[in-house]
Design a binder for this molecule. Structure first.
Ligand SMILES: NC(=O)c1ccc[n+]([C@@H]2O[C@H](COP(=O)([O-])OP(=O)(O)OC[C@H]3O[C@@H](n4cnc5c(N)ncnc54)[C@H](OP(=O)(O)O)[C@@H]3O)[C@@H](O)[C@H]2O)c1
Length: 251
């Protein structure tokens, strides 16, 4: 028996990377997982990987309230409420301060902040007692990396949402926590688009070599933390921020 037998989960950005690894893991624990993202093909491949009987894809953009309504209508139609929300979809960019435009700001904050807010807000009517809401923040929220201001600030907002919403949802028996991954070996929100595999490997080696673990993390290692926060084993973990960062921000 898995830890999430009979439970229902939503993972935004569940078609690739950390979201996909988490969806796979939640399904292995017994949950039925609804995944969403903008690319139909990525979602179809993800459902095949998770297992047809354990996953449902609902294509959508977290910046579009109507798409989120369709996602939650599909969850509601399943008739078992909702036990896990992993608000994971995000965007990233590299723009130095003097060049940031309002469009740059909106491109990050509409997905990472308003998108997360809407993802959780629209889930509220469906959340079962004992549900777990997990927000994907980042170690970037606490670091000063050149040209990463918009992304870092958006993730600081996500982390603080977890604190506030934990207080607002506790009376319903709903726990809210953040996770903060360090450098994880995914294609990384399109930031690495255009690079060949060798260049990505070299970049990952450099990034991973600079942290305590001496290597990049794996999406599956973040998924293990998501599964922990989703499960009753984390029943006393509330409003927290779980680092899965190979020590990046810890030493
Ligand atoms: N990789 C790292 O080193 C790292 C470190 C710290 C935190 N994180 C966080 O981990 C999360 C996942 O990132 P990842 O590394 O796994 O990268 P990824 O594979 O690029 O995952 C991002 C996912 O979000 C989806 N997405 C993006 N914009 C969306 C939108 N507007 N509506 C719906 N879905 C959207 C993407 O699918 P579509 O493009 O098909 O929509 C994609 O599946 C993000 O929150 C990121 O900030 C990553």
């Amino acid at each position: 028996m898995g830890q999430l037998e009979g439970k229902t989960a939503v993972v935004t950005g569940g078609g690739t990377g950390i979201g996909l690894a988490s969806a796979v893991r939640l399904a292995q624990e017994g949950a039925h997982v609804f995944i969403t993202g903008r690319r139909e093909a990525a979602l179809a491949a993800a459902v095949a990987e998770i297992g047809e009987g354990s996953a449902t894809a609902v294509r959508g953009d977290v910046t579009d309230p109507a798409d989120l309504d369709r996602l939650y209508a599909a969850v509601e139609a399943r008739g078992a409420g909702l036990d896990v929300v992993f608000a994971n979809a995000a965007a990233a960019s590299r723009v130095p301060l003097e060049k940031i435009t309002e469009a740059d700001y909106a491109a990050i904050f509409d997905v990472n902040v308003l998108g997360v807010l809407r993802t959780v807000q629209k889930s509220l009517p469906l959340l079962n007692e004992g549900a777990s809401v997990i927000l994907n923040a980042s170690t970037a929220a606490e670091r000063g990396a050149h040209s990463f201001g918009l992304y870092a600030a958006s993730k600081a907002a996500v982390r603080t949402f977890a604190r506030t919403w934990a207080t607002e949802l506790k009376d319903r028996g709903v726990r809210v926590n953040a996770i903060s991954p360090g450098p994880i070996a995914t294609r990384g929100l399109g930031l690495l688009d255009g690079l060949g595999d060798e260049d990505v490997d070299a970049f990952h080696e450099q990034l991973g070599g600079a942290i305590l673990a001496g290597r990049m993390g794996l999406a599956e290692e973040v998924a293990a933390a998501v599964a922990f926060l989703a499960s009753p084993g984390s029943s006393f973990v509330m409003g927290s921020n779980l680092y899965v960062d190979g020590g990046e921000n810890q030493v």
